[in-house]
Design a protein around this ligand. Sequence first.
Ligand code: MG
Length: 273
Amino acid sequence: MKIPALLFLTASFVHLIIPPAFSQQITKPEDTEVWDPEPPEVAPGDYTTASAPSDAIILFDGSGLSAWQKPQFKAESATVEIISYTVKGIEPDYEHKPADWDVIDGEMVIKQLTGAIETKQAFGDMQLHIEWMTPYAEGKKGQGYSNSGIFLMNFYEIQVLNSYENRTYSNGQAGSIYKQHIPLVNACRKPGDWQVYDIIFKAPVFDEEGSLKSPARITAFHNGVLIHNNVKLKGPTVYIGTPKYVAHPAKLPLRLQDHGDPVRYRNIWVREL
Ligand code: MG
C-alpha cells in the first residue's frame, strides 16, 4: 500500500512544521540539517539492560500496554495541535483510545502507520530507562531506516534510528535531540541488536505569564556512553523552522513516535525527580 504510506509520512512531517505565529522563520527542512561534525563512532560495552529500581514507575515490562494510550490527536499530527491546545486553550475533540501497538514475545512493536502512543501518566523531571531495537531492513537508508523517536513531555524528541553504517545529518541521527543537539559520539549497535537510552530530563519552567524561566535540559547515555551532557533545549522539536518555547503544563505524557517502521521497545521505566 504505497500511496497511504506516502500520505502518512508526508503528514507525519507536516505536523512538525510550527505555524508562523510560533516560528521565527519558515524554511526548508534541509536548512536545519547539520551534517558536520559527524560524531565519532564508539563501540559500546556490553550494557544492554537494567532491571528497574524499587522506586521506578514501570511503563512497560513486556506484559501489556496498560500504561499507554493513543494520544488525543490524529495519527502523527502532534506538535502543531498540541501547541494549539496549550496556547489557545482548545480542548482536543478526540477521546483517548487504548494503545494498539503489538506486544510480541514481551516486546512492544510499532504497529506501522497507526500513529503514536503516549503514557497515561504525565511526567516532568525524570530519569528514563528505555530499550529499543531497530530491525534490519534491506535497502532502507538515512532517515528512512527504522525511524522512531522518544518525545519527552510530548514536545522534545530524542531520535531513535538505525545509525550503524547509515549516515544521515548529524543532528538527526540516533541519539540526537532532533535538529537541536548532535550526540557527542555514535554508540550505535547494528540493526537487530538491542540498545539502551538512559535519559535525565529537566523540564522547562515557565512563569505565570508564560515566559520561559529555565529551558529544558537533557543528559543522556546511549548503551552506557554519554551522548549529551546537560544540554539546553531550544524549544519543542520541529522538522522545519526554528524551535521556540510555548508555555505548557509542568507534566505531560511521554510519547513514542510511529514513523512507519516496525521499531521495537522493551523494559521502559521512569523515576520521577
Ligand atoms: Mg524520529
